[in-house]
Design a protein around this ligand. Structure first.
Ligand SMILES: Cc1ncc(COP(=O)(O)O)c(C=O)c1O
Length: 450
């Protein structure tokens, strides 16, 4: 591994400048201590002290292809030499090719791409398209969800990041999706949870007024909210409700898409085809910011003779699209999506379940591919979370510290640790991560030992 040469003094300078001038996302600025990253490669990042960390967070679950993939770097460099930027009204070779490759991966009549700079903008535009296409205003989404930080996206979001930004009048309505481990429907099986969650959604649609609802927006597998793969039949049921009422089904694949679940799109696991699909993150692993909406022919036709009232200076930016073309091609050539599926089935799934069987604090393991959540509890019988909804706790803070001390960068949210390494992770690296988590959970177990 070619670890970049860096010194602790340089690291201190970077940190001081950050603290003086950088205003960070979702943070009380005076209360944070950002980790200073000097470099990264493959499944690892390192700091200015030369300490290496296995990146089980993929930063914000975006480096599906791993850090510094040589083919993607080469494509960005080549594109920079050729053409750095071009306005969205012109046609451009890498934008056309990125759109063609994405549509080729998508099923049914999902055949056009509107490019954005990231995931939240993809949600803004998908919902705008749905509203204009249906002539309706309301958007339904689940409480356990995150859809982005811009206005409609944050109002659609269910998690506490919405609270301070919620203007109530944005036409968004929330409902409960299926989640057997913490069922609000008192279900005891996946079948029951699916049926009851669908019945609840039917009721919400009926009482909101079907003729007022433009779209149901669902993360195919909710990500930051807890990686809850829906029970088989649930998404087909949502599709049926949408069809019956002329409601647009928007699948938010920003986190779950592009290999993370062991398939190109998470909805492929459930045999449903949405009307609109939002994507970002894994499409080019965030090497250059890119997101977008994959649009079905039916909705695209609405804007054939009528102007679509939306746009972005950098829609389909060539550096970002070149990175997407290289990422998708490399993922195909190197069997990276298949690797994610195999590692999930043979290493991470069995390994994490084995940890749950030995650690008192691991209440449930959920996931597939390289997309796993561990629901951490004070007591397996009561399932009381080790941190309350919307907050952290000393036990969670200690868990993060224990992981980092042992060289693993985790993704955590409330009472959960998410094991979300790159789709490229090797068996040995996945096992290294499991061994570190094993030691770290011992730290949490001690909190609640009788
Ligand atoms: C499911 C989902 N949708 C939308 C977003 C927003 O994406 P971005 O942060 O790129 O705007 C995220 C970000 O984590 C996400 O996980």
């Amino acid at each position: 591994m070619t670890q970049t040469v860096a010194t602790a003094e340089e690291g201190a300078r970077v940190y001081a400048a950050d603290r003086a001038h950088v205003f960070h996302s979702w943070s009380a600025q005076a209360l944070i201590k950002p980790m200073v990253i000097a470099g990264a490669e493959g499944s690892y990042v390192w700091d200015y002290d030369g300490k290496r960390y296995l990146d089980f967070s993929c930063q914000l679950v975006n480096t599906n292809i791993g850090h510094q993939h040589p083919k993607v770097i080469a494509a960005i460099k080549a594109q920079a030499d050729r053409l750095c930027t071009v306005a969205p009204q012109h046609a451009n070779d890498v934008r056309s090719e990125a759109a063609r490759l994405i549509c080729e991966l998508a099923p049914g009549d999902l055949d056009k791409v509107f490019f954005t700079n990231a995931g939240a903008e993809a949600i803004e535009h998908a919902t705008r398209m749905a509203r204009l296409h249906t002539g309706r205003i309301k958007l339904l989404s689940t409480y356990r969800s995150y859809h982005g930080g811009t206005m409609t996206a944050v109002n659609l979001t269910g998690d506490p990041r919405r609270w301070a930004n919620d203007y109530g009048s944005a036409g968004t309505v929330h409902f409960f999706g299926p989640f057997l481990y913490r069922s609000v429907f008192h279900s005891s099986t996946e079948e029951e949870e699916s049926a009851r969650a669908l019945e609840h959604l039917e009721q919400v649609v009926a009482f909101e007024g079907p003729s007022t609802i433009a779209a149901i927006v669902l993360e195919t597998i909710p990500g930051t909210a807890g990686i809850m793969p829906p029970p088989l039949g649930y998404l087909a049921g949502v599709r049926e409700i949408c069809d019956r009422h002329g409601i647009i089904f928007i699948a938010d694949e920003v986190m779950a898409g592009f290999g993370r679940t062991g398939k190109w799109f998470a909805f492929e696991h459930y045999g449903v085809v949405p009307d609109l699909v939002t994507f970002a993150k894994g499409v080019n692993s965030g090497y250059v910011p890119l997101g977008g909406v994959i649009i079905s022919d039916r909705i695209a036709a609405t804007f054939a003779e009528r102007v679509y009232p939306g746009g972005l200076t950098y829609s389909g930016h060539p550096l970002a699209c070149a990175a997407a073309v290289a990422t998708i091609n490399a993922m195909k050539e190197e069997g990276i999506v298949e690797n994610a599926a195999r590692i999930g089935e043979t290493v991470l799934g069995p390994g994490l379940r084995e940890l749950a069987s030995r650690h008192a604090s691991v209440g449930e393991v959920r996931g597939l591919g390289v997309f796993w959540a561990l629901d951490l509890v004070k007591d397996k019988a009561t399932r009381e979370p080790i941190a309350p909804y919307g907050a952290t706790s000393a036990a969670m803070d200690d868990l993060v510290r224990a992981c980092k001390q042992r060289g693993l960068l985790p993704f955590t949210n409330f009472n959960r640790l998410h094991a979300v390494p790159p789709c490229t992770i090797s068996e040995a690296e996945a096992k290294e991560g499991l061994a570190i988590l094993d030691e770290a959970f011992t730290v949490v177990d001690r909190y609640y030992e009788g």
